[in-house]
Design a protein around this ligand. Structure first.
Ligand code: 5GP
Ligand code: ZN
Length: 145
């Protein structure tokens, strides 16, 4: 995807409008046009990276650092019950805009926004400690490499 096709590149370039709240050399934060709750905003790298798989981890860290700064401001100004920092990679994970972004999502008691995987179905294989350990070993092996 070229910058001219990407709405977040257009926002970063100033050729599309946004309700900007913060920027520095590498990142930009602005209000989500379709907020899930009051104060829902997005943090993006100014450069186009589709998602975490498309960018150096250090650049992800730069965006995450701005997201933390913005989360502090949202928390102090709006006093929500809590804040989710969420970030989707790929359409299966719910990514709809293919320019990496972190959602700063204030939560209200009873807002019914769901992060609703079950935590109590002990019969499911994914809770099996041996199964977890086997996956952990595969990941450790990859992360050592
Ligand atoms: P995703 O589904 O990719 O995790 O999140 C994309 C987010 O971008 C959505 O919450 C959506 O409301 C927001 N969004 C999409 N287009 C625009 C836009 O043109 N301007 C702004 N400010 N937000 C947008
Ligand atoms: Zn882009």
């Amino acid at each position: 995807m070229s910058a001219s096709d990407c709405i977040f590149c257009q926002i970063a370039a100033g050729t599309a409008a946004c309700e900007e709240i913060y920027q520095d050399d590498a990142t930009l934060a602005f209000m989500d046009i379709n907020p899930a709750n009051d104060g829902h905003c997005l943090v993006i790298p100014k450069a186009h990276f589709e998602n975490v798989f498309d960018m150096p981890p250090s650049v992800f860290g730069t965006v995450a650092s701005t997201a933390a700064k913005v989360a502090h401001a949202v928390n102090e100004v709006l006093r929500p019950g809590g804040i989710n920092l969420t970030q989707a990679n790929g359409k299966t994970a719910g990514q709809s805009v293919l320019h990496m972004h972190i959602h700063v999502l204030p939560r209200r008691a009873g807002d019914n926004l769901l992060m609703n995987w079950s935590r109590d179905d002990s019969s499911d294989r994914r809770f099996d400690p041996g199964h977890i350990a086997e996956i952990a070993e595969r990941l450790r092996s990859r992360l050592r490499g």
